[in-house]
Each structure stands twice: as C-alpha cells, then as structure tokens.
Design a protein around this ligand. Structure first.
Ligand code: NAI
Ligand code: 13P
Length: 325
C-alpha cells in the first residue's frame, strides 16, 4: 500500500516518518516550497518539525497532482483547509485517512462529512489519538485509534501504518474518533487558562472530568459510541493535551489565562491551535443538538475577549446539578 500524505506540518511530517518505517516509499505534499526543498535536499522539516532526521524514502512535492497513484492518502492539513485542499486533489476511490482534528466553520461539518461531500466515492477512515508529533517522530511509544467502517480497509490500514513504536487500535466508530479529537482541543484551551491564571490542580482535574462529560454528551448526540469517547481518541487525547505545554491549544490557553488577547496570541503564528477555530462552531453545533457545553461556551467567551474573572465566576455560579446528568 503506497501512502501519500497531504500536509507538511508537524503531524503530516511525523506520520510520513511512521509510514516510511522499514524504508518504504512515502510521498508528502507540502504547501511551502521551502519545506519541500528541505525534505528532499536535507531530509528535515525545520519549519514545522525541527531536529528530526527524516527517512530518505520520504519524497516531498509541491503539486497535489503528484499524489495520484497512491493507495491511501493521509489528510493532515488544518481542519479549516481540508475542503479546499481535497477539492484540488484527484482522489477517485482512493481511501482518505483523516488526521486533522476539528469541525468546519460555517457548515458545522465533521471533517469526514466534508471529505464525503467533496469525494463521494472515497472510503473514509480516521486516525486520531494522544500523539504529539515530535514524540512520534522521535520513535517514542504511541497508540492511536484507527477508525473505518469497512473491516478490510481498517485491517489494511492498521497493518500498513503499525510500527514497533506506533500501535493503531481499530474501531468502526468514525464519528466517535472524530469528535474526541475535535472537542479535546477546545477543552485543552480551558485547561491552559486554568494553568495560566493559577487556578490550581484541583480546578484542572475538575475541568478534565467535566470536559469529558461535555464531550460525551455531544458525542452521543451525534451518534458516537461511549467506548470510543473513553478511548485513545477521546479521553486519551484529552488527558494528553490538558496537561502539557507541548500542546499548542493548552499553550494558547495559558496565554489567555495570563491576560493575553486571543488576537495577539494567534497573530503571526505559523502553527495551528485548532481549538480556537473549533470552539465557536462546536458551541453552535451543541446548541443545534440541544446539548449543554458550558466549558466550551466559556472558551468561546474568553476567545472573544471576555475577562477571565467574569467567565470563571459565571461557570462556578451555574445551578448545582447531578454529576451524571
Ligand atoms: N502537531 C501535532 O502534534 C498533531 C497535530 N494534529 C492535527 O493535524 C492537523 C495539522 O496540524 P500540524 O501538522 O500540527 O500543523 P502545523 O501547525 O505544524 O503547521 C501548520 C500547517 O498548516 C498548513 N497550512 C497553512 N495554511 C494553509 C492553507 N491555506 N491550506 C492548507 N494548509 C495550510 C501549513 O502548510 C502547515 O502544514 C491539525 O488538525 C492538528 O490538530 C493531530 C495530532 C497531532
Ligand atoms: O492533537 C495533538 C496531540 O494529540 C496536538 O495537540 P495540539 O494541537 O494542542 O498541539
């Protein structure tokens, strides 16, 4: 199975490195000519994944047309760009493995829904989980959820992408795998705020637990399975990104918690903090589904410039409720 990767950011590059395990050929499309040149000439991506010696069997290209002939395409651009990039890619019935974590603004579509709309004949899979790109690229042990409805596709992709340090767990719950990854980015911003504002470890643990309740309510309303939400792509990734400044979303939250404005914190950054884009659309989608997501709403207010003290006070002043409700 010849793998093509769409997106030469940190995660696309790390996944190309995984797929190149055992000196297998991998094609990688990157948007930036300097990234294409650095990968082909020096086997490095100093722009997005500095300090990693890439496999020489990874070949980078600047034209999406060069990916034709691949047996599966990993889609690893930021969520808000997936539609445009897929529309430029000749896909046909080639399986698409979606690795971006987010919900499309405007349409409120999960990325799998976007992919199916743009390429109705392409089977869709989702790869998601607790996976800091730099750790994966360094060969540290990592486990992910690999979800696809089709049994054969799931097995073929798991076999092809598994490596001694990279362990996919198969699932047929595509929607569940997607929702965990999208929602945890928003909750990671909230946990970063707790850190930045010095609200303490108790508050962070409470946010993780109540955030997971929120993720579960939304996921179940959208057809996800509870065990997927409690697995690697849901709870696993939530715990990772809510506890480390290696997370761009958590770091954005730390900045907000210290009193920075979202605009200033997001300006000029070359890397993506998906939660900032997902939060408003997730809040809309939750309202549409009749699901209460107070932490997500709080993140939206903070991103829109509300003061931390007011947002925290509002969150804590909500009526008391049953834990399982
Ligand atoms: N970095 C990580 O550790 C992980 C990232 N992800 C997800 O992977 C996706 C990609 O993130 P990263 O690789 O981290 O990106 P990154 O933050 O390292 O780099 C930004 C990427 O955005 C691309 N980009 C910017 N403008 C674009 C446009 N108009 N059209 C297409 N692409 C554009 C850049 O070419 C670059 O590849 C995100 O959804 C992220 O949540 C998932 C798991 C781990
Ligand atoms: O998704 C990730 C780890 O699983 C990366 O998180 P950040 O995008 O917050 O850095």
């Amino acid at each position: 199975m010849k793998i093509g990767v769409i997106g030469g950011g940190a995660w696309g590059t790390a996944l190309a490195q995984v797929a190149a395990h055992g000196n297998r050929d991998v094609l990688l499309w990157a948007r930036e000519p300097d990234v294409v040149a650095a990968i082909n000439d020096r086997h490095e991506n100093s722009s997005f994944l500095a300090g990693v010696a890439l496999s020489p069997t990874i070949r980078a290209m600047g034209s999406l047309g060069d990916l034709s002939g691949c047996d599966a395409l990993l889609v690893v651009t930021p969520a808000q760009h997936v539609r445009a990039v897929l529309a430029e890619t000749s896909v046909g019935a080639t399986p698409l493995v979606l690795c971006a974590k987010g919900i499309e603004a405007g349409t409120r579509m999960l990325i799998g829904e976007v992919a199916r709309q743009v390429h109705p004949h392409a089977p869709v899979a989702v790869l998601s989980g607790p996976t800091f790109a730099h750790e994966v690229a360094a060969g540290l042990p990592t486990a992910v959820t690999l979800a696809a409805e089709d049994d054969d596709l799931r097995a073929a992709l798991s076999d092809r992408l598994a490596a001694p340090h990279f362990r996919p767990y198969a699932s047929s719950d595509v929607v569940g795998a997607e929702i965990g990854g999208a929602v945890k980015n928003v909750l990671a911003i909230a946990c970063g705020v707790v850190e930045g504002a010095g609200l303490g470890q108790n508050a962070r643990a409470a946010l993780i637990a109540r955030g997971f309740a929120e993720m579960t309510r939304f996921g179940l309303a959208r057809g996800a399975r509870a065990e997927t939400l409690a697995g690697l792509s849901g709870l696993g990734d939530l715990v990772l990104t809510c506890s480390s400044t290696s997370s761009r979303n958590f770091s954005l939250g730390v900045g907000l918690g210290r009193g920075g404005s979202a605009g200033a914190l997001m300006a000029d950054r070359r890397t993506v903090a998906e939660g900032a884009f997902t939060a408003p659309v997730l809040a809309e989608a939750a309202r549409e589904a009749g699901v209460d997501m107070p932490v997500t709403d709080a993140v939206c207010h903070l991103l829109a410039g509300a003061g931390i003290a007011d947002v925290i006070a509002d969150l804590l002043a909500r009526p008391l409720r049953e834990e399982g409700a």
